[in-house]
Design a protein around this ligand. Sequence first.
Ligand code: HEM
Ligand SMILES: [Cu+2]
Length: 647
Amino acid sequence: MKWDEFFVTGEPMIYGAMVSIVIVSIAIVVGLTYFKKWGYLWREWLTTVDHKKIGIMYIISALIMLFRGGVDGLLMRAQLAVPENGLLDSQHYNEIFTTHGVIMILFMAMPFIIGLMNVVVPLQIGARDVAFPRLNAVSFWLFFAGAMLFNISFVIGGSPDAGWTAYFPLSSIEFSPTVGNNYYSIALQISGLGTLMTGVNFIVTILKMRAPGMTLMRMPMFTWSILVTSVIIVFAFPVLTIALLLMMLDRQFGSQFFTMANGGMDMLWANLFWVWGHPEVYIVILPAFGIFSEVISTFSRKNLYGYKSMVFSMVIISLLSFVVWAHHFYTMGHGAMVNGVFSVTTMAIAIPTGIKIFNWLFTMHKGRIEFTTPMLYALGFIPIFTIGGVTGVMLAMASADYQYHNTMFLVAHFHYVLIPGTVFGVLAGMYYWFPKLFGFRLNDKQGKLAFWIIVISFNVTFLPLFALGLNGMTRRMYTYSAETGFGPLNLIASIGSIGLAIGFAVLVYNIYWSFRYAPRETSGDPWNARTLEWSTPSPIPHYNFARMPDIEGRDAFWFAKKSGKPLYTEEYSDIHMPNNSGQPFILGVIFMIFGFFMVFNWWVGAVIGAIGIFVMMIIRSFERDHGHYIPAKEVVATEQRLRGEQV
Ligand code: HEM
Ligand SMILES: [Cu+2]
């Protein structure tokens, strides 16, 4: 391979990106050296197995990826702003909508959700960490390795360009001959393995590590949503991983699973992709439902209305999510009968979802609502998501879908679901749980300002796309002529996207400002909240709970506050904690190098990488590591310092 094939050349924007990557990397290295932070970085972060720190690393990665995916989105909107625009050529546009989709779903939404569940779930169930802390670190570093591998594609070798769905035959080696789609198949396999381990880890954590007295039906709703989500992960992700493996074999080893010749079948890919892909949208939306349940109940000062029906509807949604996948390709000719069945199952999802919407409304009914930033996101979510849901039912009708399929109407629909559903959800969660982690709240005024800019600009950006789609503008179209009349609405949408960028900039400033100036709080319970995580001091000690709580009902902390009955009655004792380890990080680095060689068919390097992975597993198998104990005396001292009182 020649150097000019290795590095992407000829695009001023990409040269700019390369230069800025080099400058930022140098700045980071110089900064860490100058402030002597290498040791701190290694000890406190790269080797940590603490679920809270792993959660924070996921969230930081997600915010960076939100920026990357957002820039892709803005570039597309800039290109579409006026007819026959020459900002991006067709190839570049293809690459950008592909990386935008992949990054937003797999490297922004997923890690944001997984980050929040890492931070919150052990705290909500009264656990000191997840069931398998070391595995948790492996999950993170595999995700990170996959994300980094995917992200370098646009400067080294070229980005994938067959859409985030990577349909065959377009994504086959014949029609996508660059290494771009190798990045897609390999990076997603690596990060997918990490996600699968997360699913296993959280199922075991939630089933096995709850505090005494916390039965399943006493669990906070967010924890319930994560249990259901983890089950979906465990059933859905292997399908993706295997499909990607087959794609890799087809593209790089000459097999014929998805090709049109020699008994292969391109529709097999579409089916496998969506057997994972539809459950995936629930993987990123159910946790947000959980977050809204916590936020709405806390800021309405009421119990969550219809707890059991909330749980029940999530379980139903998770089952239904596996039997709707063909609604993504009604037009591919599988006949009226099949289309009819998938139409019905798809529309059926609206029922449990509607139940949840009404439960949230009833929770607020006659409540003393407090309009904090997280509550605003929850309130914004309800009507916007409902528009997304109703247009989803429109798309679910197979015969009507022949009209909307692959138009901007669809693009509008799924942004109306994913942005309120996922992005508002994780932002609400971030504002809500932030003080638990860091000991201060994000400034509320700035938070609300960001909220309003984001909500308004979101609608300006995506509402016009419904009309454009109905008028016949197809998706993934890199430009259009003036005669189509698509110009004005596209211009409005593009202006809206600038607003979104401003909104997110205010949000980032909000975080920065609050780190510097927000007043520190020690109460541990800044929102007067209901669930167990708020009964710990803030910022939260490494071991989470000094003593195990006695749980006697739902919203245990709320009732302890109301009744004056203490939540913690146990004696202090030594606390067992897991040790840090550098192995997960090193494993991630080896996986990334291995993946990189695989992408470029450099077999010697790939074999060495594979051996490295096995060596790491063998080292781990023979290692004896029983963790360490924090003596009870030290625990008492820490609690006294943090709670500022006699304990
Ligand atoms: C930051 C604001 C955003 C803007 C301005 C934006 C804009 C766009 C545009 C212009 C397209 C391509 C339309 C086309 O030509 O077909 C697109 C596609 C897409 N977007 Fe977004 N988007 C944003 C946020 C998000 C988020 C948060 C997600 C997911 C959580 C997301 C997921 C997707 C997906 C999956 C596609 C389809 C990609 C494909 O066709 O392969 N977007 N977006
Ligand atoms: Cu679907």
